[in-house]
Structures are given as structure tokens and as C-alpha cells.
Design a protein around this ligand. Structure first.
Ligand code: GAP
Length: 478
């Protein structure tokens, strides 16, 4: 992870938020490459989950909503984590994480006001070793703010801890305009905020993050089949953006782990360097949310089925994914250390680097981000072979402008070609195009207006005509 975090900063994928002031724990900024990567994830999801389907429509709701939404959803009363403080060194922990680190199990009892937690015997501070810990206290994870100038309880509002609730609250409005019939879905991408007690593992657990959520409304009784359908769809989608099936695992909830209203839940886990962890949860939530909003707002959330002439509260299957976690999974999965031939035109393929050893003669170390072309931040880089030959530079800029109108492209003329390739390898750019003297027709008319197209992974170089380039790249990144 240290190497990945360093690369993310060096190459402009991810920076610490407010770094010049010492940073802010749990907040991260995305640099030039990182924001392209995130945008590609969101665009791929939106295209596949919304635009290419007949039965899903979109929504973009506000981050701050009526506080009653969070009362109805249960977040005001029970969106909490149990927290303990060390009385000696003052460090704060999430009680379940502390117990997990100590190999203990946090004890809990159901009470009329929700779950109450108790530390097991043997619990101690993992920072200073003291056994002087407070009893677990519930800590609400929602960020609070005030609407208007008066900071009193009647003006309290929350930054949304998930995007999903707006979809339920706007269910009737969307239904009345979208000409959709159950089964159909409403999708939303947007920021969510949780005042996590212990943000950790780089961006994995942040306090500000982005979610991509779908609420797929279904007829009661069809929950199991739709849940199974969405689990399959979502697993396939992760493979389509380049995460290999071998690193993805569904975690199927046991009956006793399910929320009282849920009939099924599967989390999609990915093998991160710090362990197998959740990317997405796919839950069959019954009609819990719509019925809560119906009760709290006094407005009907029912659906009238034209065919059967029945009225009912639709059930819902909810695939809920985190953009930042997917970005982190893609970064971890893409990172490779290799030995590549010093002169690429020699035609040798790269070989995996051996830890702690020097590359053999004729090879040098390279870090390469093997993003799927569809998701790579930059699709193609264009280089003139030499920057002090105006005819090469002029032609290279012409090719760059041609490609830039269709793909995120990068122009680079600084340093020798090998160095420029290495920079693009670290950025994960699938293609590099070099304009040389052959392109200008100096070695004969048959090579005129052809360029070398270099493949990031195999290092193979092909001679391709400029005319063919856009189609070649488009085919690979679609
Ligand atoms: N509406 C359901 C819901 O919000 P969740 O499991 O709490 O469910 C869904 O969150 C997804 O949001 C998670 O699978 C994860 O990808 C992302 N997520 C949740 N908390 C996060 C955090 N603190 N930092 C980054 N991503 C987070």
C-alpha cells in the first residue's frame, strides 16, 4: 500500500486534502489523473446501469434534505457506531475494530432503545496498552449543520450519509413523470458524508465519499429472483471495468446478520493489499424505506398496478457501491513492477520484477498501471521523436489535436522517448503514438503518414496510418 499511496501522490491520482495545513483525516482530493479515473468509473456505471437500460432512470438530489427524511429512515436514531476512549492516552476507537484487533468479540445486548455494547474482559488500548477504557458509547455518524443564521435545534440539518433516501423521498415524483412501470429503477450518483470514528486504509474508509446507488422497485414476492439478477449483473460489471473475477468474492449474509426488514444481502468483496473488503452491498430491503416515508410524511407511497388493478408498496433491491473504493481497487489491481527492455524497439516483452533484485542486462525497472483501456485516465499519449525538429513537432501536434477531439490525450516532448514511455506507464496510458522521420516520408512514400502505436502491456510497436488511429483506439477503449 505504501508504494501505491506514493505513486498516487507522485503522479497526481490522490492527494491528502488540505495537505499544506497538515491534512485532514478521512478527506482526500483527486488530482489530474485521479479525477479522470473517477469520472470514468461513474460514466461506466451510469451508461451501464441507466442509459443502456430501458428500465432505469436517473435522479440528482440535494446533499442537504429535510431532516425528517433521516428520522424516517432510521439514521437519526440508529446510524451509530460504538466508540470507546482510552482514558490514559485519549485515543478514540471504534469498539468493534478495537476488539477485532485484539482478537476479542464485542458483546452486545438488544434493549428497547436499540443495541447496547459492552467491552469483553481483556480489552485494552492498542496504542498505549492501558486498560483504562470508557464503556462503548453510541456515536451518530451523520455530520450536522444548521439551516439559516440561527444555530438551534429547530434548524438542525444533516449532510446525507447515503444517496439512497432521496430516491425513496422522490419516488412518486419520478413515477409520475418517467412513464415507468414496476419493475423499474431509480439511480443516483453523488457525495455522501459519514463522520467515521477511524478513517483508515487510505481512501477506503473516508469521511466524504461518493456513492452510486440504484433502487430497483419490484412487485412484492419477486424479491429473491431480482436480488439474484442484480448480484449477477453487478459482479459482471466489476469484471467489465477490469477487476478480475479471481479477486472478487460475493459475501452472502446469514439470516441472523440481516437487518430485520431485509430478506437477502450480498456484499461484493475485493482482495485489497490490506485484506478482502467490501466494494458494494446488494440488499433486498422489502418495502421498509417506502413504508417509513409513507408513515412519517403522511403521503401515499403506493403504486397502482394497471394490469392487476392492485395497489401496493413496491419492494426494492438496492445495489449500493462506493466510487472511491472502486477507484482504490482499480489502482491496487493495476499496479505492477516489471523489468522492461531498455530499448523497446528491441521487441522483448517485459518480465515481472523479482523483489530485491536488479534487472538483468538490457532491462530496466518500470512501474506500470495496467488499467483496462475503458477506465484508464488518459487513453493515448502523442510524442514527436525529437523536440528540436519543427517538422516532427508540427506533425505530432496535428495528430494530438486529431486524437484529442475523441479521447483524453496527452502531448509530451520532454526527455528521451524511453523516459516518456515510463511516465505514461505510471499513468496507465494504454497507447503511445510516436511521430518519427518515417511519418514525414523521409524513408520513402509508403511510410508517409504512418506512426508507431505502442502497447503499454506488451510493449509491441506497430506501424499504423494516422487515418486508422482513431478507429484503432476507439475499438480498444469502448
Ligand atoms: N444505501 C445503502 C448504503 O449506504 P453502505 O454499505 O453503508 O450502504 C454502500 O454503503 C457503499 O458505500 C459501500 O459498499 C462502500 O463502497 C461505500 N462506503 C460506505 N462508507 C464509506 C466510507 N466511509 N468511505 C468510502 N466509501 C464508503
Amino acid at each position: 500500500m505504501e508504494k501505491i499511496v506514493a505513486l498516487c501522490k507522485r503522479r497526481g491520482f490522490i492527494f491528502q486534502s488540505s495537505e499544506i495545513y497538515g491534512g485532514l483525516n478521512g478527506f482526500w482530493d483527486y488530482g489530474p489523473l485521479g479525477c479522470e479515473l473517477k469520472r470514468n468509473i461513474k460514466d461506466a456505471w451510469w451508461r451501464d446501469v441507466v442509459q443502456r437500460r430501458d428500465d432505469v432512470v436517473g435522479l440528482e438530489a440535494t446533499i442537504i434534505m429535510h431532516p425528517s427524511i433521516w428520522k424516517a429512515s432510521g439514521h437519526v436514531d440508529s446510524f451509530t457506531d460504538p466508540m470507546v476512549d482510552c482514558k490514559t492516552c485519549k485515543k478514540r476507537f471504534r469498539a468493534d475494530q478495537l476488539c477485532e484487533e485484539l482478537g476479542l468479540k464485542l458483546e452486545s445486548v438488544e434493549t428497547p432503545t436499540g443495541k447496547q455494547f459492552k467491552l469483553p474482559a481483556g480489552a485494552k488500548c492498542t496504542a498505549c496498552g492501558s486498560d483504562q477504557l470508557t464503556e462503548p458509547r453510541s456515536f451518530n455518524l451523520m455530520f450536522k449543520t444548521f439551516i439559516g443564521p440561527v444555530e438551534d435545534v429547530s434548524n438542525v440539518a444533516y449532510l446525507r450519509p447515503e444517496t439512497a433516501q432521496a430516491i425513496f423521498a422522490q419516488f412518486q415524483n419520478v413515477l409520475s413523470c418517467a412513464r415507468q412501470k414496476v419493475p423499474f429503477g431509480i439511480a443516483q450518483i453523488g457525495k455522501a458524508f459519514r463522520n467515521e470514528i477511524n478513517p483508515r486504509n487510505f481512501t477506503f474508509r473516508s469521511r466524504e465519499f461518493e456513492q452510486m446507488e440504484l433502487e430497483f422497485f419490484i412487485k412484492p414476492g419477486t424479491d429473491a429472483q431480482w436480488h439474484e439478477y442484480w448480484v449477477k449483473e453487478r459482479m459482471k460489471w466489476y469484471e467489465s471495468i477490469g477487476l478480475p473475477a479471481s479477486k472478487l468474492k460475493p459475501y452472502v449474509y446469514k439470516k441472523e446478520e440481516l437487518a430485520h426488514y431485509a430478506s437477502a444481502c450480498v456484499d461484493v468483496y475485493f482482495d485489497f493489499p490490506f485484506g478482502s473488503q467490501e466494494l458494494e452491498g446488494i440488499a433486498a430491503r422489502g418495502n421498509f424505506d417506502l413504508s417509513q416515508h409513507q408513515k412519517h410524511s403522511g403521503k401515499s407511497m403506493e403504486y397502482f398496478d394497471d394490469e392487476t388493478k392492485e395497489k401496493y408498496l413496491p419492494h426494492v433491491v438496492e445495489p449500493s457501491a462506493g466510487v472511491d473504493r472502486i477507484a482504490l481497487a482499480l489502482l491496487c489491481n493495476a499496479y505492477y513492477e516489471e523489468w522492461a527492455p531498455t530499448s523497446e524497439s528491441a521487441g522483448s516483452a517485459p518480465i515481472p520484477a523479482e523483489h530485491g533484485k536488479q534487472p538483468p542486462a538490457g532491462f530496466e525497472s518500470r512501474v506500470v498501471m495496467r488499467f483496462a483501456p475503458r477506465i484508464a485516465p488518459v487513453k493515448v499519449a502523442v510524442f514527436p521523436l525529437l523536440k528540436n525538429k519543427p517538422a516532427l513537432v508540427e506533425k505530432a501536434k496535428e495528430v494530438f489535436h486529431l486524437l484529442r477531439s475523441q479521447f483524453v490525450s496527452f502531448y509530451d516532448e520532454a526527455g528521451n522517448i524511453g523516459r516518456r514511455y515510463r511516465r505514461q506507464d505510471e499513468a496507465g496510458t494504454p497507447f503511445c503514438v510516436t511521430i518519427d522521420f518515417d511519418t514525414l516520408g523521409e524513408k520513402g512514400p509508403e511510410m508517409k503518414d504512418t506512426v508507431t502505436l505502442r502497447d503499454r502491456d506488451t510493449l509491441k510497436q506497430e506501424r499504423v496510418s494516422i487515418k486508422e488511429l482513431p478507429a484503432r483506439i476507439a475499438e480498444a477503449v469502448k
